[in-house]
Write a protein that binds this ligand. Sequence first.
Ligand code: GA4
Length: 327
Amino acid sequence: VPSGSSMSQFIVPNSCMPSNTPSLLNEIPEIDLSDPQAKTLIVKASQEFGFFKLNNHGISVDLIADIKAEALNFFALPQDHKERAGPPNPFGYGSKNIGSNGDAGWIEYLLLNLNPEVVSPKSLSIFQETPKTFRCAVEEYISAMKKLSCQVLELMAEGLGIEEKNTFSKLLRDERSDCVFRLNYYPPCEDVEEQLIGFGEHTDPQMISILRSNNTCGLQICLKDGTWVSVPPDNTSFFVNVGDTLQMMTDGRFKSVKHRVVQETGKSRLSMIYFAGIALNEKIRPLPCLMTNQEQSLYKEVTWFEFKDTAFKNRLSYNRIDLFLKS
Ligand code: GA4
């Protein structure tokens, strides 16, 4: 625990604990990417939960094993070494603090900006001092995640009946797309009885996020009715979150899922998340083909730059989407 802070700030209040009946757990939609029904099921899941599990995704087990091993090596480095890759302002190595507005969590992380206009991945300072194999594993993994994200985004467009199936994916293929990669390490906490907040509740601001973890529990999502449910870990699948951008682009049809991570066990949790964002000057606006002539859109038009800026200037749990609702 860092000096000047106490353990109690990480404890999850009992009133905020999830009520996990088996039926709720079974509700988490599973999409088999090779299923001809995938596009329909993805749209259904994005509307009802803003969250689903991806199976038959075609990502090689070796690729995943490599990045996991490299990430664990990194987090096992001496603290002063890791700190040379920080502070996270907002990108780099961080510990216990999330963002710059006072959010804390039982977590260590590495946040990488993948926007080539802002930074060249090769020149990321953290890779100056870590083995070359780490940089290579990250590069290979993020390129696989970009492809997988495009595939998911195309199924979403098709499922919505949009004629141009690359409507969303072309925003990600754009060379100026503003993506982020995050490695999260939740250290074990043996001598604490209570559950600790690893990553407080929030929605992701980007279009979609693709998450992979090391088969440990801790991830929880909030259902439409406000109940929290734990997501059972899965060692073979990826999880997809719908983000704020896609909720706004679909004029509220897709739901940006509220989620959080709780340190539930004495086990350490590792997660790797690819956040698919659009170019900074790109406008977040509802797709014209989803709107009928007379229909007013729910949200004001905003560039990704302005929206992201709003997100980063506020707390983690802040409802930034509602700020852009038309009155
Ligand atoms: C949530 C999604 C991504 O992890 C992230 C996070 C970012 C950060 O960790 O610096 C933010 C958070 C995330 C949303 C609100 C702001 C910004 C922390 C925070 C308090 C990298 C992102 O893009 O937005």
